[in-house]
Design a protein around this ligand. Structure first.
Ligand SMILES: Cc1cc2nc3c(=O)[nH]c(=O)nc-3n(C[C@H](O)[C@H](O)[C@H](O)COP(=O)(O)OP(=O)(O)OC[C@H]3O[C@@H](n4cnc5c(N)ncnc54)[C@H](O)[C@@H]3O)c2cc1C
Length: 387
């Protein structure tokens, strides 16, 4: 098949072995539970522990902190295999790809030793709280405050749309330690939910009902005079949060692009199989020239997406991926994911609208890709700034 004879240039023997092991693990441990997770609206806690035992969590965090000792390529393999297996509810991209990297990059030695090993084992599930009801794209305008009072910060505010928000024991909160400032007033405060849950003031809202990503818990959280020790400021200096967020963005955007690329490949794979079997007017659906031309165009785009994402992955590994290029990868691949999944669904006719067909779920799950991780409009702004 058109996509099968291609191997990403960044793959090596170790990564191939990992890929096979991850695919087998997901097939055995996650795929049978997907229906249940989608109905209940969250992934079982047990799944995080199993993933930790199998080495799927914090794969790119140094082994001295309990991680897999790998790099971004290991995260790429995980994102891709989750996407190929159509497991969209397991928020490991946020947990291992984002929060663990903030802690690893900016945490003190003590913070790293304290949090990362438990994140790698799955004992701790993490979330990142940037978005607020009043602001998402304009991150500098966050209103949540963390005001120092002796040896504590006092948190007030509301956050929304947190991936893993209901399950998280550790939440990296974007807050203003100096509300009079914009970007310079932002710090990252790590909230350990078990420490604040009993003390009052911290609460979780609803598990939000979504169009897709049904197995992923997405929640609101509230802070009302919540006391957090000053030692939970990520790093040691206030006001560095915005820079810390910006530095990690290329990697976060590439994780989304890698997921989009894998979803495109999966959609084309299952559609190719379907159009070879399904018949209308005495012919296979594939025998209509409309099908052939449309799929020819979409396979071409899949190759372009793959080649570009691979190029970005290698640049990131060399520390050379710039913000604008990562933004290009994020907006273009997610736009193509939406177009291609939509077009593939059409080839399934009425069955494409039935949730028991994976293409229907992929259609619902793909829509958010153009919105989160920085909306595609914001990606274009970032690119336009460099013109
Ligand atoms: C399922 C899901 C999971 C999420 N997970 C997380 C998470 O884990 N943590 C977290 O913090 N957030 C999370 N988010 C939030 C997500 O990142 C935001 O929804 C996103 O950044 C957009 O912010 P907003 O919703 O406030 O939209 P707004 O910022 O209000 O934007 C509304 C529209 O206006 C456009 N727009 C805004 N500014 C401009 C501009 N300058 N020029 C042109 N157009 C513009 C936007 O592109 C968008 O189309 C999640 C959201 C969802 C739905």
């Amino acid at each position: 098949m058109l996509l099968e004879n291609y191997t990403s240039p960044w793959m090596d023997e170790e990564l191939h072995i990992m890929r096979d092991a991850v695919a087998r693990f997901l097939e055995r441990e996650f795929v049978p539970s997907m229906e249940k997770w989608e109905k209940q609206g969250f992934v079982d806690r047990d799944a995080w522990l199993k993933a930790g035992q199998a080495g799927l969590l914090c794969a790119s965090i140094p082994a001295e902190y309990g991680g897999g000792g790998g790099n971004f390529k290991h995260e790429m393999v995980l994102v891709e295999e989750l996407s190929y297996a159509n497991i969209t509810g397991f928020g490991n991209g946020v947990h291992s790809g984002i929060v663990a990297h903030y802690i690893n990059s900016y945490g003190t030695e003590e913070q790293k030793q304290h949090w990362l090993p438990k994140m790698a084992s799955g004992e701790i599930v993490s979330a990142i709280a940037m978005t607020e009801p009043g602001t998402g794209s304009d991150l500098q305008a966050v209103k949540t405050s963390a005001i120092r009072d002796g040896d504590h910060y006092v948190l007030n505010g509301q956050k929304t749309f947190l991936t893993n928000g209901m399950s998280a024991n550790l939440i990296c909160v974007v807050a203003k330690t100096d509300p009079a400032e914009t970007a310079k007033g932002i710090s990252l405060i790590v909230v350990e939910t078990e420490a604040v849950e009993g003390a009052g003031g911290f609460s979780r809202g609803r598990n939000l009902e979504k169009l897709g990503l049904k197995a992923q818990d997405t929640a609101e959280i509230f802070f009302d005079d919540v006391k957090v020790p000053v030692g939970n400021l990520l790093g040691t200096v206030e006001g560095k949060g915005f820079v810390q967020l910006m530095e990690q963005l290329p990697q976060e955007r590439l994780i989304i692009a890698a997921g989009a690329c894998a979803a495109i490949e999966k959609a084309l794979r299952i559609t190719s199989e379907y159009v070879k079997e399904r018949k209308a007017f005495g012919k296979r659906i594939l025998d209509f020239q409309n099908t052939q031309f449309k799929l020819a165009e979409r396979f071409t785009e899949a190759k372009l997406a793959r080649t570009f994402v691979d190029h970005c992955a290698m640049q990131l590994a060399d520390g050379k991926l710039d913000n604008a290029t990562a933004a290009m990868a994020k907006w273009w691949t997610t736009q193509k994911q939406n177009e291609i999944v939509d077009e593939c669904l059409q080839f399934f006719g009425g069955y494409g609208y039935m949730l028991e067909y994976p293409i229907a779920r992929m259609y619902a799950d793909s829509r958010i890709q153009k919105i989160y991780g920085g909306s595609n409009e914001i990606m274009k702004l970032l690119i336009a700034r460099e013109i």
